[in-house]
Design a protein around this ligand. Sequence first.
Ligand SMILES: Nc1ncnc2c1ncn2[C@@H]1O[C@H](COP(=O)(O)OP(=O)(O)O)[C@@H](O)[C@H]1O
Ligand SMILES: [Mg+2]
Length: 338
Amino acid sequence: MNKVKIKIENLYKIFGPKAENYIQVVRDGTDKDELLAKYNHVLGLDNINLDIYDQSIQVVMGLSGSGKSTLIRHINRLIEPTEGVVLVDDQDVTRFDKNELLDFRRTRTGMVFQRFGLFPHQNIIENVKLGLSIKGVDKSESNETAMYWIDKVGLNGFEFKFPNQLSGGMQQRVGLARALATDPDILLMDEAFSALDPLIRSDMQDQLLDLQKNLKKTIVFITHDLDEALKLGDSIAILNGGKLVQNGKPEDILLNPADDYVEKFVQDVNRAKVLKVKSIMNKKNQPNDAPKINMNDSIESCLPTILETRATLSVVDDDNNIIGSISDKEVASILRSN
Ligand SMILES: Nc1ncnc2c1ncn2[C@@H]1O[C@H](COP(=O)(O)OP(=O)(O)O)[C@@H](O)[C@H]1O
Ligand SMILES: [Mg+2]
């Protein structure tokens, strides 16, 4: 397991003029609706504790207004907490002075927004260079770096176009290239793909996963879309009314939803498609004369073989070692509980 990169501890955010005065009533159990009705303050975050691991994609999911943007904006302190701590590499972001904070934002974090946030009167290469110019990188080096990232996100040839000459998907690629150009170790993506058409959105998800194989950034990715969360997340945190109700691997969320709210999110998901073989295999049975299937394949993909051959399949890891088995029994139990 990688080290914890971002550690969020006892984080509260209350919006309103006397926020500090209401920490205690929230601690005593006042929820978001009640805080608004009785005290006219908005509960943004209610005692969030979350460890985000280095080089992982942490998804944060929840309905609109549940506190996702408020949470991600605490990581680079675009929002000041009412109480609590955000540690990045064991450094307390909430205690940075002005210069330390600026430096932290410029060099260690990159942000990608839903509405791209490009400068309309600057061409693509200038937009991508933005963070490098702010950092004071000289012109030829920043041109070179910007071109590298423009190429990486598949926009070679578009560097002198302007944002409005590009489609939404391409503009978001520019946003991504810009965030990556300063080589931050943390990428903060707030509904970054939510404004894109489904097919383009899916392409962007694939591209992000592909880039991440080599980049190995710590990515905090916000979405209200479960399919996106399941596809991208190494871990998925679910917020409801400012509270963290569950954080776990995609299969934990699907197989053991913590409450009705999470259950509602996952009820319509096709589990056979999303769950990997390894999450339901029988580890005790490791047959070496059976047809093989990779542990990371979806359950759906092994269904035809199981149905056709009526056989138990051996589950193998990436080195082709047999680590378990899967048969109609395991598959049926998953499909039945759907
Ligand atoms: N500056 C603010 N002042 C008052 N309330 C705010 C402010 N920012 C966010 N909120 C409230 O905090 C809650 C969480 O908002 P937000 O984090 O934007 O939710 P999400 O990103 O999940 O849609 C919402 O009820 C929202 O209205
Ligand atoms: Mg939001």
